[in-house]
Design a protein around this ligand. Structure first.
Ligand SMILES: [Zn+2]
Length: 317
């Protein structure tokens, strides 16, 4: 059995943060086009993302944070009906429209449903082509284009629902996954390994705050070969020692050399290599179980090629 799930939902296209915002629906179009054109789509089991239950989102977020997002959405819908603007700004980079709440429920729901399917053995692994992304969303705060932390919600769910003892989170986005760190730091059932450009948004992570966090800040212009060495020397021994029963991936592709959001030098070959290493750990310790969720990646062509490379490894095509 080697089936790879592909979770998405049209609601994820409807969330929009305003004209010219880099975290835009066209990102998902670019991915879908590329997967169709290359035939990789045919190797995937496509599934609709359900909406997440609020009780499951509460595994990683405060009730007040969830209620606030719901309330802001209701207010925005009323304001739009009264002729107001289409968006409400939460911070400098992060805004909601009338569809954000539903898209955020689908994005977290994709990660949860993928977890169920992988745990049930229906799928070996899965990729969630969703937006909004999640890894900057903290327990009580939306930020950095993120509202609910899809990966942290699913990781906590796997621990609670399936009584797993150890889950790993691997984050290769160019930005530090401060939200995931905020939620999982100090939880010995979770190990998070990441690298990220530093100093850079969100200007955190230069120190690992707890024993279960392995943060590897790297300078701008770091290239693939250097990163592969870092991963081999720092991530791999920690993952091998931890022996995760399941692996969650914050799959951001904004460390690509053609992505102007960051200044790192990775290519699709590097993303494929990282995916091989993750898959190797999953094969040895986790019964192959991987749930990967889209985070960043803002050059649509580079993003699409990188997701293709990631999926070719996950699905063995
Ligand atoms: Zn990012």
């Amino acid at each position: 059995m080697n089936k790879t799930g592909y979770y998405t939902h049209r609601d994820c296209w409807k969330h929009d943060m305003g004209h010219d915002h880099p975290e835009c629906p066209a990102r998902l179009d670019a991915i879908e086009d590329r997967l169709l054109m290359t035939g990789v789509s045919d190797a995937l089991e496509r599934r609709e993302a359900p909406t997440a239950a609020l009780a499951d989102i509460e595994l990683a977020h405060d009730r007040m944070h969830i209620a606030a997002l719901r309330g802001l959405t209701d207010r925005l819908v009323d304001e739009i009906a009264a002729g107001g603007p289409e968006h409400a700004q939460l911070d400098q980079d992060t805004a909601i429209n009338a569809h954000t709440w539903q898209a955020a429920l689908r994005a977290a729901g994709a990660a949860l449903a993928a977890t169920d399917a992988v745990m049930a053995g229906e799928l070996e692994n899965a990729f969630c082509a969703v937006r909004p992304p999640g890894h900057h969303a903290c327990r009580d705060k939306a930020m950095g284009f993120c509202f609910f932390n899809n990966v942290a919600v699913a990781a906590r769910y796997a621990l609670e629902r399936y009584r797993l003892k150890r889950v790993a989170v691997v984050d290769f986005d160019v930005h530090h996954g401060n939200g995931t760190e905020n939620i999982l730091s100090g939880d010995p059932r979770a190990l998070m390994v990441s690298f990220f450009q530093h100093p850079f948004y969100p200007y955190s992570g230069d120190q690992s705050p707890a024993a279960n966090m392995l943060n590897v800040p790297v300078p701008a212009y770091t290239r693939g070969m250097e990163l592969r060495e870092i991963i081999e020397m720092m991530w791999m021994p920690r993952l091998e020692a931890f022996k995760p029963e399941m692996i969650f991936v914050s799959a951001g592709f904004d460390a690509h050399r053609e992505d102007d959001m960051g200044q790192m030098g990775l290519t699709e070959q590097d993303f494929a290599w990282i995916t091989y290493r993750i898959k190797d750990i999953a094969r040895r310790f986790s019964n192959g179980r991987i749930v990967s969720c889209l985070e960043g990646g803002y050059n649509p062509q580079a993003l699409a090629r990188s997701v293709e490379a990631h999926l070719r490894v996950l699905a063995d095509v």
